[in-house]
Design a protein around this ligand. Structure first.
Ligand code: IMP
Length: 203
């Protein structure tokens, strides 16, 4: 069986590959749009993570082989002190072609504009899935935490170096970029949502 992930983000794909190891160990293949010439990422103009995940899943479902699983992830960071921003704009917060570093720099700047910013935040992940029969499934998960004042750590991607997850196993108040990738997958929004999907795949 094949599962196709509608993402060209190396960081996301690496996390899915690690979480889906129980599948690959029993012969499943994980594929991405890079295995196709014909996939065009859709414009992400949905109002919610779930809407954007559906748009991406539909685009890939239209060009992927028949009889496979297709999953799309839309995710991002919602900061309480910024009224939920960057939210669905997380990938493009500092502009349409912004790098992860530019997005983090903008977040630090926006937080610094407030005298006493509420630093509470959550990473959110919505998954939209087509099973081999074309039936759609949805999963969503959050990881609560706070925004650090400065960047720390080199692991992960995106806003990881600024996000400190609130979790009993994160005893040293480390950022997502400082903790081991295995711990990130255990407590992260994507890890939690992908394990809900994994339970369906292993049924
Ligand atoms: P998407 O590819 O449109 O879903 O964009 C997701 C964006 O949200 C990424 O480019 C990151 O900036 C951010 N993001 C989502 N998940 C994570 C994560 O696990 N760590 C850090 N940043 C993330």
């Amino acid at each position: 069986m094949e599962i196709w992930i509608a993402s060209t983000n190396r960081g996301k794909v690496a996390e899915f590959e690690s979480i889906f190891e129980p599948l690959t160990k029993s012969g499943w293949k994980v594929k991405t749009p890079q295995d196709l010439d014909t996939y065009y990422a859709p414009e992400e103009n949905g109002a919610s993570f779930a809407d954007n995940a559906r748009l991406k899943a539909r685009s890939l479902r239209a060009v992927a082989p028949a009889g496979v699983w297709v999953v799309a992830d839309d995710s991002g960071l919602a900061v309480e002190g910024l009224n939920g921003l960057p939210g669905v704009h997380s990938a493009r917060y500092a502009g349409p072609k912004a790098s992860d570093g530019e997005n983090r720099a903008k977040l630090i700047k926006m937080m610094a504009l407030k005298p006493m910013p509420n630093r509470n935040a959550a990473f959110v992940c919505a998954l939209h899935v087509f099973d081999p029969q074309g039936v759609e499934h949805r999963f969503e998960a959050r990881c609560e935490g706070e925004i650090g004042k400065t960047e720390a750590g080199k692991n992960g991607f995106g806003y990881d170096a600024l996000f400190i997850p609130h979790h009993p196993e994160n005893t040293g108040k480390k950022t997502m970029a400082e903790i081991a990738p295995e711990l990130k997958n255990k407590l992260s929004h994507r890890g939690q949502a992908a394990r809900q999907l994994l339970a369906l795949l292993l049924k």
